[in-house]
Design a protein around this ligand. Structure first.
Ligand code: SF4
Length: 741
């Protein structure tokens, strides 16, 4: 009998969500036998969530595509990489020759930010396309954060991060870190960190239309009517700035615009906003008092206040609250990170642009670009509306916008009308089923990993590199190789084969993401460039030699030096945001009639299902169905809804039917559906997800509902009508049964 070889142990960062947990993976005979938390990781300290096992399941998933696929009249056919690259780039080039560069659109999904290669090589392909029709998941998520950071601090990634490990008072709006593990606040084991906050005498307060998992462990939870958070924030500021008593301290020396903000907040006493927000004035006054009194307080707002009609105002007011109370750039408040690979202050070629706004507008609705992208809510109309500049071809990279963007039904229709669609994606899903070609990259465990973005957004400065667990499968391509190949071939078709372009392409191919990463680390704040006499400056080799990662310390005060405005001053009152206050006032006039009977839809996220692609992992969808409509008992009884029984929800754009879950965890007048479901569409190859189809919340959300400043989708506060579903039709006399839903 032959003894089997001992398992190999790999240490890695889980990149399935923003939390960057360290994992310990055991592999025996080429298969993963165990995934556990890495106790020696200085950041995550052994924590993992139930999703970590999906690293194995996604790698082994029989539905994951392993070869380029072409859609033909008789179905999907395997093709060679060469044939795929050659035909795709020839057709893209021909379309751009005939209709101009903007006829090709591009959509980048959220997983790109978790992918070192895609982050390094995606921009090159976008430059080669020369199209203004670029879209990404940013405009259905965190665009208001980025735009506000660009306006106030001079760089779209200068997002203040809550100092959760030292704060004494944490006020959260529209955030549920117990489900997300921190978002734009990378925080592995957030539950333990919040518990420590409470144990050191601090307080956690949650303002949210739903009693979320985080609200469940908070010291105080306050319901707020969806879409009115900007009013609540203005009222908090009203109390904080009563008598012009700002407490900016040292920040006052480099803040401009307080004189503009003070008169604005006077208009919003808590008594005036209470009828709209549903928050009693004394409750808001109490929160403001506690916030002021705490020795280190921070306000943090996430997706619930970002994806709503006043998303940019909310993110602006959150920053203003932290600034005027002296809690920005202060231990226990909100601070900026100093990551090892500095996308903000490092060399331009390796960084992210500081951001932009309004350099061009979308063709149909005239919405402004932000940081080179248009709001994805206009993608369908840009395909469907005839005329010069219509999008005729689309490249999607790791995205499923049919399920993740507003009015997914409309986009579903639009995608079916493209002349050419190419998807760089491992799955045949609700979006990629419309593609003419699918180019699947190697598995996520077959590539090296470093979190370029999430180290910028983490609650502690650390650095960790993960080498591949498995060698790439034969004939597979990494994401970056696919993107680089498309870029090079498109540029060659446009300019001819020049020696310079060939050399550049070969150099990039040789460098790959890892060598570029090494360069960025060496040129970063901890790298050898700043320590020319020290051999131990940070480099990729040093990270490779530290498989559990390196701790670079807690967040530190960095202002005004870290600001990216030339003036090195914080802009407290950016013009576009100040101007948007008039829209807020108009939307919530003093004499507004009570909106009895109105139901507002909000989304929700579960710890086990981050995005739609997690639904093909058996371990993450097992148990009681999670795609249910949460309804308050008062509303259920008024509408005749019963727990566990189907209800039909109707919005301006669509209708879905889903089981009801009656619960006092949502406030009266609010209903909640999770996102990422809706796997009932035909032609997808997601066996597990199809068996747990649910319905898509984005068949109800409205592509016309936007945050007016940023163009971010306003998913929250979608007005809906809910009624008991019609009973299913009885079986036909011939005995053929209607398939069960
Ligand atoms: S919290 Fe996020 S990073 Fe950590 S194990 Fe879960 S999915 Fe992975």
């Amino acid at each position: 009998m032959t003894a089997s070889a001992p398992p190999q142990v790999h240490f890695r960062t889980c990149n399935l969500c923003e939390a960057m947990c360290g994992v310990r993976i055991e592999v025996a005979d080429g298969r993963i036998t165990s995934i556990k938390g890495d106790d020696a990781d200085p950041f995550s300290r052994g924590h993992i969530c139930p999703k970590a096992v999906a690293l194995r399941d996604l790698h082994e998933d029989p539905d994951r595509l392993r070869h380029p696929m072409k859609r033909t009249a008789s179905g999907w056919e395997r093709v060679s990489w060469e044939d795929a690259f050659s035909d795709i780039t020839r057709r893209l080039h021909a379309l751009q020759q005939e209709h101009g560069p903007h006829t090709v659109g591009a959509y980048l999904g959220n997983p790109n930010v978790h992918n070192l290669g895609a982050m390094m090589f995606g921009p090159g392909l976008l430059r080669a396309l020369r199209s203004r029709n670029r879209f990404s998941a940013t405009s259905v998520d965190q665009l208001p954060h980025q735009l506000v950071a660009h306006f106030m601090f001079g760089h779209q990634l200068l997002v203040p991060i809550p100092d959760i490990d030292r704060t004494r008072y944490m006020l959260m709006l529209g955030a549920n870190p117990l489900a997300s593990n921190g978002s734009l606040m990378t925080t592995p084991d957030v539950r333990a960190r919040l518990r420590s906050l409470q144990e050191r005498g601090g307080k956690v307060v949650v303002i949210d239309p739903r009693r979320t998992e985080t609200a469940g462990i908070a010291d105080q939870h306050v319901f707020v009517r969806p879409g009115t958070d900007a009013l609540a924030l203005f009222s908090l500021l009203h109390v904080v700035l009563e008598g012009n008593a700002h407490r900016m301290g040292r920040l006052a020396a480099f803040v401009d615009g307080l004189d503009t903000v003070v008169p604005l907040v006077r208009d919003f006493p808590p008594e005036r906003t209470a009828p709209h927000t549903g928050i009693a004035p004394e409750v808001l006054r109490g929160i403001a008092r506690d916030f002021l009194a705490a020795e280190g307080a921070v306000c943090y707002g996430r997706v619930g206040v970002s994806t709503q009609p006043f998303g940019s105002l909310c993110q602006w007011l959150i920053n203003v609250l932290n600034i005027v109370t002296g809690n920005l750039d202060r231990e226990g408040g909100a601070l900026f990170t100093q990551p090892a690979f500095d996308l903000i202050g490092g060399p331009r070629a390796l960084g992210v642009s500081p951001g932009s706004h309004g350099r061009w507008k979308s063709r149909v609705r005239g919405l402004p670009e932000s940081s080179g992208e248009l709001p994805v809510a206009v993608l369908a109309e840009e395909i469907l509306t005839p005329g010069d500049g219509r999008i005729r071809a689309l490249i999607t990279v790791a995205g499923n916008p049919v399920l993740s963007t507003p009015n997914g039904t409309q986009l579903d229709t639009a995608l079916s009308q493209l002349d050419l669609m190419v998807s760089v994606d491992p799955y045949l899903n609700e979006t990629t089923r419309h593609a003419h070609y699918i180019l699947p990259p190697a598995s996520l465990l077959e590539r090296g990993h470093y979190d370029l973005v999430f180290h910028v957004l983490a609650v502690r400065n650390t650095a960790r590199y993960s080498p591949p667990v498995f060698a790439p499968a034969p004939d597979s391509r990494q994401d970056w190789e696919i993107l680089l190949e498309l870029q090079h071939r498109l540029e060659t078709l446009r300019h001819g084969r020049t020696a310079r372009a060939t050399l550049q392409y070969q150099a990039l191919k040789r460098l790959g993401p890892e060598r570029l990463l090494d360069l960025g680390l060496r040129m970063g704040p901890y790298g050898s460039r700043f320590h020319p006499l020290k051999k131990d400056g940070l480099s990729l080799a040093k990270l490779r030699a530290s498989p559990h990662g390196i701790d670079l310390g807690p967040l530190k005060s960095s202002l005004p030096g870290r600001l990216r405005h030339r003036s090195k001053r914080i802009q407290l009152a950016p013009e576009l945001l100040v101007a948007d206050v008039a829209r807020l006032r108009a939307a919530f006039p003093d004499d507004a009639a009570p909106r009895d009977g109105e139901l507002l839809l909000i989304g929700r996220r579960h710890l086990r299902d981050n995005n739609s692609w997690m639904h093909n992992v058996p371990g993450l969808v097992k148990g009681r169905p999670r795609c249910t409509l949460m309804v308050h008992p008062d509303d259920a009884s008024r509408l005749g809804l019963a727990d566990g029984v189907d209800a039909t929800i109707r919005s301006r754009v669509g209708e879905v039917t889903v089981p009801v879950a009656i619960t006092a965890d949502v406030m009266p007048g609010v209903v909640s559906l999770p996102h990422g479901y809706g796997h009932q569409r035909s032609g997808i190859r997601l066996q597990v997800a199809s068996a747990h189809a649910g319905v898509s919340i984005n068949d109800l959300t409205d592509e016309q509902a936007l945050d007016a400043v940023s163009g971010n989708a306003a998913f929250s506060a979608t007005p809906v009508r809910v009624r008991p579903a019609e009973p299913p039709a009885p079986p036909s006399p011939s005995g053929s049964a209607t398939p069960a839903a």
